[in-house]
Design a protein around this ligand. Sequence first.
Ligand code: AP5
Length: 260
Amino acid sequence: MSDPEPSWPLWVDLPLRRTHADGRPRTPPRGRQILMVFGPPGSGKGSHCPRVGELLGVPHLSTGDMLRAAVAAGTETGLRAKDAMQAGALVTDDLVVAVVVDRLAEPDCENGCVLDGFPRTEAQAVALDDALAKRGNQKVTKVIALDVPDRALTARVCGRWVHEKSGRSYHVDFAKPASLAALPAGAAPTPDTMRDDATGEPLARRADDTEEALATRLQAYHAQSAPVLAHYDNAGCVARVDGDRPPEQVWAAIEDVLAA
Ligand code: AP5
């Protein structure tokens, strides 16, 4: 018996809409784009950012992915970040700012980037603004803020599985990999039954995707990260998107913001 639930691997299934509802062509924004996708843990940043990057033709920079890679590689940055990340706390501003500023200097960021998970404190926002200003008076062009209430986030985070190499994220109920959809309904998710659609490699759980760590992450989000939105609100570049609805509807709203 096949599983009747839909599966939404966002980076594969959702088509880019090339026209507005009235038939006018949608044109991605021109020029250098420093776009930020902002939201609490589990709000959908990692699900949607790769497609935003694809649409704009710029790299997706996830500080969470960069820090996890550093932890996995055992670099000095990784060693300094590991304990805070596992507990769900923010890593220090100096560490994460250095990682991002180095990455922004790489040639593939020449035309911009999509920032995912950065900045998360006022100090990081100020450091980013300074770094961009020094690079020929650049600034953040748009912030897409995903609005999702806390009550919806536990199920998302605690059911997430990730492909560690690519950062692609799946969910046991909301974004099933093809490998799970092919099994009988109710089959227990394991690294053997949860496999990446693109490579077939086993998926994994994140060390901080526990209810306990999520509580700490949400606390950090509300106390330290949410105020960052006011910083960009003052610059008039924030677009709020209701992220508490099915992924394809969230993606359509993001596309609308990008094409506005
Ligand atoms: P990071 O990796 O950035 O984690 P996060 O911000 O907590 O965000 P998540 O990755 O948990 O969620 P997401 O919004 O990407 O959701 P996703 O799309 O995967 O950071 C991890 C840690 O690194 C931090 O806690 C901190 O320690 C450190 N760190 C990183 N940046 C830092 C910084 N700047 N400063 C200091 N420390 C930093 O979706 C979640 C699940 O929900 C998935 O399974 C997905 O399939 C599903 N889903 C997505 N959309 C929907 C939908 N619309 N409906 C139903 N399910 C959905």
